[in-house]
Write a new protein. Structure first.
Length: 228
């Protein structure tokens, strides 16, 4: 159980941070404190990760997914830059339009606040940061989104496009909606969602039901035969 927890926590944190840990960072990321927990982290690193020359443990499948994501992000960024350059070029080639002030227009007073270059830059920066934040998907309710956002904030893991893309992919793989996946995250304290976690959780629930059924059947059997 400790090794399973260490494995899932390491993968989840690597997805969120988009990086791979050293041994000390792996222990910190998983909040391992007891000797047994630390040994579980070491076991998972040696079994499922590869130690690089820089002292970081890399998981090959996760690395391939991150590289693919960054490659697509770079392509989209380049396309956006080219589109903006073409738009500006087209705007520059247009003939300038001169707007004459209407008659009797009152002059600007000295009390009017001038629009400075610094103020324009700050306004653009605020707009850029606002646009960069991940907006709530339309398929997710406000209540669930607020709960999931609070969970991520408590874990100091902001919601990024990469983390949401992985959650949406695994929710689809598990055959459930994004709304249901995030509800599970809130209910179980998961800062991410993996299809294999979901399947393991269902299996654990089924095993628990089977055990209760067997115990009830055993109690009834003993009662009927007078063994109680």
């Amino acid at each position: 159980m400790l090794q399973h927890g260490a494995y899932t926590l390491l993968l989840d944190t690597c997805y969120d941070r988009e990086s791979f840990p050293t041994l000390d960072e792996a222990i910190e990321w998983t909040w391992a404190s007891t000797e047994a927990e630390i040994e579980a982290v070491k076991f998972v690193l040696s079994r499922f990760f590869t130690l690089g020359n820089d002292g970081r443990y890399v998981q090959d499948r996760l690395l391939a997914e991150l590289l693919d994501y960054h490659a697509k992000a770079d392509t989209n960024k380049r396309i956006a830059i080219d589109r903006e350059a073409k738009r500006r070029q087209k705007s520059t080639n247009r003939a300038p339009v001169v707007h004459e002030p209407p008659p009797n227009q009152e002059p600007l007073t000295n009390n009017q606040e001038p629009i400075t270059k610094d103020k324009e830059e700050k306004t653009k920066e605020r707009a850029r940061l606002k646009a960069a934040s991940y907006a709530k998907p339309s398929s997710v309710s406000d209540e669930v989104w607020e709960g999931f956002s609070a969970l991520r904030k408590a874990r100091r893991s902001p919601i990024t496009q990469a983390s949401m893309r992985l959650i949406e992919r695994d929710a689809e793989k598990a055959g459930i909606s994004l709304q249901d996946a995030l509800e599970l995250c809130c209910a179980r304290g998961w800062q991410g969602f993996r299809a294999d976690w979901y399947e393991q959780s269902k299996q654990n629930q089924q095993n628990a039901r089977n055990k209760r059924t067997a115990e009830n059947f055993k109690s009834v059997e003993y009662g009927e035969t007078g063994l109680l």
